[in-house]
Design a protein around this ligand. Structure first.
Ligand SMILES: Cc1ncc(COP(=O)(O)O)c(C=O)c1O
Length: 437
């Protein structure tokens, strides 16, 4: 690595100081800490692809609505645990406008980011039926959700969907669900980290099997509408964001404000529980949490215990943003399209310098350009690639952190600015010069 643009011994020293045992396997936060430490000790700026932080300003309409709410004094008042009425109403309209799904305002519950939403939902799902003690992740996936399961002390199973796209998904899912121990299925769509997007055929399979085996589907829409190959941005007009909600009534949707409105700092999202699931009585769940329906258990037992609701002013912000998109005065997809542009250019630089895209296709069509993509380098494991790229000033996480069986890394485009592309190109050129066989 004689040609690396960084002092190798300095990077190694920082790895030791942070006590990272195997840097190739480091978590997102460990990579963040390491890169911060190296940057602080030098003038060097990394190309930072490790963390999915929105790299755009927050939606102004949200900031204004939030300021107005603060000026009115909402900070002094506890919000309702299941959310303020205007937010619930706008969320229900949003689901109608952009998914074409009918879901009552009652089931639209604000949470402190989708992180809290999944935490509460995993906790509930883990107790709906004593025989069903396992949650199933369709991977690759968002690593922190596995950490949530670890913290909750709940069991999960997982498989990498790489070889099970399309109709093949049915047999794979059925082989697991037929065991009778699965309470819910979790996936993100578009997918973090691979940016694959399930199509309607695949969502239909998931929905049908959820009905057949009575499992809850948790559809994480953190990147709602961000499959830029199709324009999902027009309220009340097809095409709509594809969703399992078209194929089963047994679902929870997670709609985060973090990426579509660049509102991550205020920690607010919507957990949308289908009307049928919201009203459902699960005797085992009632026994465990002394609640009534699934929906009431989530709000009055779990969210109440976790944080007693979601920041009052942030709820007004999200209500304002959803109102603007529902009325067509703010186009949330346009607001984040630059991520697709960045991905397209960054992928081209990696390909030019000997890398390959790992998750390349949605069945027979190339995947979209969006918030993340996955890349590999011939002859290198994902862990080796993370470690080696760190010496060339490029940071990312390995795919094995995400439940993928493939060798490679996840690249997040949000923090990489257009004016860094020349530096990225040069660093990848040096990397390839050193490692090419
Ligand atoms: C798939 C997925 N789900 C959930 C989240 C977290 O969302 P929030 O910021 O709303 O907690 C992320 C953030 O990166 C994500 O990628």
């Amino acid at each position: 690595m004689n040609n690396s643009p960084l002092d190798k011994s300095l990077v190694e020293k920082k790895i030791q100081e942070l006590r990272i045992p195997d840097v190739g396997k480091a978590s997102i936060r460990e990579i963040v800490a390491l890169v911060n430490a190296v940057e602080e000790a030098t003038d060097f700026k990394y190309i930072r692809m490790e963390m999915g932080v929105p790299g755009l300003p927050p939606a102004k309409v949200g900031v204004e609505a939030e300021k107005e709410a603060l000026d009115k004094g909402v900070a002094a008042v506890y919000p309702m645990v299941d959310g303020i009425k205007p937010l619930k109403a706008e969320a229900s309209k949003f689901i109608k406008n952009f998914l074409n799904i009918d879901l009552s305002a009652a089931g639209c519950i604000p949470t402190t980011g989708s992180m809290q939403g999944t935490y509460a939902a995993f906790m509930a799902a883990g107790h709906v039926d004593k025989k069903k003690d396992t949650l199933l992740f369709i991977d690759p996936g968002f690593p922190v959700q596995k950490q949530q399961m670890m913290v909750l002390g709940l069991k999960y199973d997982t498989f990498d969907v790489f070889n099970f796209r399309g109709e093949k998904l049915r047999a794979k899912l059925e082989s697991i669900l037929s065991g009778g121990n699965i309470n819910s299925i979790v996936y993100s769509n578009p997918n973090n980290p691979s940016w694959i997007c399930f199509n309607d055929e695949e969502l239909k399979i998931i929905g049908e099997l959820a009905n057949k085996y009575d499992v809850i589907v948790m559809e994480d829409l953190a990147y709602f509408g961000m499959d830029f190959r199709t324009d999902f941005s027009k309220p009340g007009e097809a095409p709509y964001q594809p969703s399992v909600a078209n194929y089963t009534d047994n679902y929870v949707l997670f709609i985060s404000s973090s990426k579509i409105f660049s509102y991550a700092g205020q920690r607010i999202g919507i957990m949308a529980i289908s009307d049928k699931l919201f009203q459902r009585d699960y005797p085992d769940l009632q026994e465990r949490f002394k609640g009534t329906t699934f929906g009431a258990t989530i709000t009055l037992r779990l969210l109440y215990s976790l944080s007693s609701g979601t920041s009052h002013s942030a709820q007004y912000a999200l209500a304002g943003m959803l109102k603007a998109v529902n009325e067509g005065s703010y186009n949330f997809v346009e607001g984040v399209k630059d991520y697709g542009e960045r991905a397209k250019k960054m992928k081209a630089l990696f390909l030019k310098n000997g890398f390959d895209i790992v998750y390349k296709k949605d069945l027979d069509v190339p995947i979209a350009d969006g918030f993340y993509f996955t890349i590999g380098y011939p002859g290198m494991t994902g862990n080796e690639l993370v470690a080696n790229l760190l010496f060339y000033g490029v940071s990312a996480i390995a795919l094995d952190n995400t439940g993928s069986d493939e060798e490679g890394i996840r690249a997040c485009v949000s923090f990489v600015q257009h004016n860094q592309f020349a530096a990225l190109d040069e660093r990848l050129r040096l990397f390839h010069e050193n490692f090419r066989k």
